[in-house]
Design a protein around this ligand. Structure first.
Ligand code: SF4
Ligand code: FES
Length: 356
């Protein structure tokens, strides 16, 4: 079938959604998506960030659709014409959706672990307004531990349901869900049941905001100070193909690899994610591809990591190991010499720095 999106015409399989057709074209033509996740069945239709304008329904029935439609849930018709970033109506509506999503979302970015890789942060940067018209107190929740590795900050949750689908579909049984309705709705494990399935760590990766955080990485480092490298290991449970977030030789965080839409390429197990935090646990493949526009790309240079070239660079040119090119301990009193943040079990805390 033929579909024209923002004046670009492509052929797609029948049954393709407008969002997936737009992703085939790529760039600004692809609408943002906060709840749709191609790897999760039934996802989408919750957040309304992917609204588009259908200016021609199809070749047979060229009437435009009366309202903006959610592109992740609308399949294309032959001859359909769609406008995304070329439609002032869409841009106006997206602004309203972002304002709505931010009504209860705290301005946590300076302390949130997701800052720098948060889809809501990007969305508000591009489409948000600098003021809020909301005058009422924001809803707040206590932080909740979901098992030993994951902490839920419900205050930041946008109720996209991705984590619910991921937990249900990866584990094959209902793990957690959304309780209550409307303004009272919240993610929770019924009866405080902890999520201890061996693939449950993936809910952290699918969460578009900082509502689900990795307790082994919390408050250890800002993501743009770490360097993402692709690595693998021989894992009996999952593919073992991961992304390591390193600083010098220290592994601060392990995540799944993500594609250009921010979606996990292959699910990884808890053992790889939470327990393999030494570079010797991994075979390093090379620097992960990071979009040039991302804040994470600062100081992240593609090249050969852990290969002869780097050894030559270290031995002949620099003469020091990468870890010591900038030894944070020597220039900051806060980071004591005997405190290696990546080695601390669980989130970093002020008590960790009180050691003599
Ligand atoms: S915790 Fe994250 S993934 Fe789960 S519903 Fe909330 S925003 Fe979505
Ligand atoms: S991505 Fe389409 S409604 Fe959320």
């Amino acid at each position: 079938m033929k579909v024209t999106i923002d004046n670009i015409t492509i052929d797609v399989e029948p049954g393709t959604t407008i969002l997936n057709a737009a992703r085939k074209i790529g760039g600004d033509v692809a609408p943002p998506a906060m709840c749709y996740y191609s790897k999760l069945k039934d996802s989408g239709g919750k957040c309304r960030t992917c609204l588009v304008e259908v200016t021609k329904g199809s070749e047979k029935d060229p009437r435009p659709m009366p309202k903006l439609v959610a592109s992740c849930r609308t399949t294309i018709m032959d001859g359909m014409e769609v406008r995304n970033f070329t439609s002032p109506k869409v841009l106006e509506a997206r602004k309203a959706v972002v304002e709505f999503l931010l009504i209860n979302h705290p301005l946590d970015c300076p302390v949130c672990d997701q800052a720098g890789e948060c889809h809501l942060q990007d969305l508000s940067y591009e489409h948000g307004s600098e003021k809020t018209r909301y005058e009422f107190p924001r809803r707040t929740f206590e932080k909740e531990d979901l098992g030993p590795y994951i902490q839920l900050h419900m205050t930041r949750c946008i109720l996209c349901y991705r984590c619910v689908f991921a937990a249900n579909q990866l584990t094959g049984k209902r793990e957690h869900g959304v309780l209550e309705r409307g303004d009272h709705a919240e993610i929770s494990t019924l009866l405080g049941k902890s999520l201890d399935n061996e693939f449950i760590g993936n809910v952290i990766d699918v969460c578009p905001v900082g509502a689900l955080t990795d307790k082994t990485f919390r408050f250890k480092n800002r993501v743009w100070f770490t360097k993402p490298v692709d690595a693998h290991r021989d894992c009996p449970t999952c593919s073992g193909k991961v992304r390591l977030w390193m600083r010098g030789e220290e592994v601060f965080r392990v995540t799944a690899r993500k594609d250009e839409w921010g979606e996990v390429e292959e699910w990884i197990c808890n053992d790889c994610r939470f327990h393999k935090k030494e570079s010797k646990d991994w075979v390093i493949e090379g620097p992960a591809h990071i979009a040039r526009t991302s804040v994470i790309s600062q100081g992240h240079y593609s090249g050969n990591v852990g290969t002869t070239q780097q050894t030559v660079l270290i031995d002949k040119v620099v003469g020091r190991k990468p870890k010591y090119m900038l030894d944070i301990h020597s220039i900051s009193d806060v980071n004591r010499k005997n405190v290696d943040l990546s080695k601390i079990e669980g989130p970093a805390h002020s008590d960790d720095f009180n050691v003599k």
